[in-house]
Design a binder for this molecule. Structure first.
Ligand SMILES: Nc1ncnc2c1ncn2[C@@H]1O[C@H](COP(=O)(O)OP(=O)(O)OP(=O)(O)O)[C@@H](O)[C@H]1O
Ligand SMILES: [Mg+2]
Length: 130
């Protein structure tokens, strides 16, 4: 099974769509229910950030057959993350929210790579292996 699904993130309902797609892909890849929900939660947090901070974009869910895993790719062309180290800290939020989205993604997934530049947008790649 080799699948990639790209979800456009433009309205709040799209966050749930991305989360559901991630859960489904995870279960199909062979993750158990708990770990599938961890991947779904990470997708939800990334999609939420794309919507709230990035002004919209996309979340792509890919089943990585070569390594048996799931890769989430969140892309937006928003303002970028001003201070990446701060943004990764639990409890840090520029919008008065909980500030545990990105730190949560790091805990829930095995690998997280963030590329962000001021004015150009943000790309977050998060993977979890079976
Ligand atoms: N895609 C993004 N574009 C620009 N800034 C971002 C993006 N994602 C995160 N950030 C910045 O990083 C901070 C931390 O993100 P994080 O998801 O951890 O917390 P939050 O979104 O503020 O709150 P929560 O996710 O808990 O509701 C955000 O407050 C925001 O300033
Ligand atoms: Mg967030």
């Amino acid at each position: 099974m080799n699948s990639t699904e790209s979800i456009r993130i433009a309205i709040p309902a799209d966050v749930a769509t991305a989360s559901r797609a991630a859960r489904q892909a995870a279960e199909q890849t062979g993750f158990d229910r708990t770990r599938s929900y961890q991947i779904a939660t990470a997708a939800s947090e990334l999609a939420c950030n794309v919507l709230v901070h990035g002004g919209g974009g996309s979340v792509t869910v890919r089943a990585v057959t070569e390594r048996s895993g799931i890769e989430l790719l969140a892309v937006d062309k928003g303002p970028g993350i001003a201070d990446l180290a701060l943004a990764m800290q639990e409890g840090y939020s520029t919008t008065g929210s909980l500030g545990c989205g990105l730190s949560g993604v790091e805990r829930l997934m095995d690998e997280v790579v963030i590329e962000s530049s001021a004015g150009l947008g943000t790309t977050v790649r998060a993977s979890k292996w079976l």
